[in-house]
Design a protein around this ligand. Sequence first.
Ligand SMILES: [Fe+2]
Length: 271
Amino acid sequence: MQKEDLDFFRKWFFGYVKQFSSPDSFIQENIDLKIEHTGRVCKNILLLAKSEKVSEKECILAEVIALFHDLGRFEQFMRYKTFRDSESENHALMGIKILNKEKILSRISGKEESLILKAIEYHNLMEIPENIEAFSKLHFFTRLIRDADKIDILRLACEEYSEEKKHQNPALELYLPDTPGYSESIVSEILNNRMAKIGDMKNRNDVKLLRLSWIFDINFLATFSLLKDYGYLETIMSFLPETKETNLLRKHFENYLNSMEYGAGKKETKS
Ligand SMILES: [Fe+2]
């Protein structure tokens, strides 16, 4: 794949999303949000790819995966008015269907096409499927897009919490109520260093905790250092209510992050 292919894909992407422009400000806000998210995930994935010292060609491949990873989000929001896959459709599969239908990737090699489609398919799974060969190219790019995506979802969450916007975007909080307390199952997953499950979220505190629990699924040391530089995790933590339980969770997150920083973690970070 060449730089011209990336330029072509970018141009196509912006043409494609244009059709979702709407006079309804709620719809427009959420469409814009996903366009901006895509742009930032493209930047993040390049930062991560470069920190892993991959070739220029592979940087292009990484960027194409980022460009198309959430392509299904636009149709999903227009059709169902939600970003919640469980109440609509799996947005990764929706994106793949669109790419196939429009034959967008037909200009690149079959090998590259299938890698891009697979990385998109795996970007939003709870875990990377075990049958993907460890240290394969697909494994590497899947880990890359999952980290790049998470960095930006955490940024978005921070903005929502810290700006105290004039209006909150209910689609981002997945329409959950702002009630006190948290789900026990989410707390227990966190204390076991596991990602919390979307289905266990009952209120907005759970949304914050779930997002914080993503640190247990970070693949690259460069992601930890970017998150540290940006201060996203600290910001989200500061918006959790002050209770004995949340203080314990904060401490738990901090200890985990420190252990990662000093390379004591169990995650493999090499490609
Ligand atoms: Fe996604």
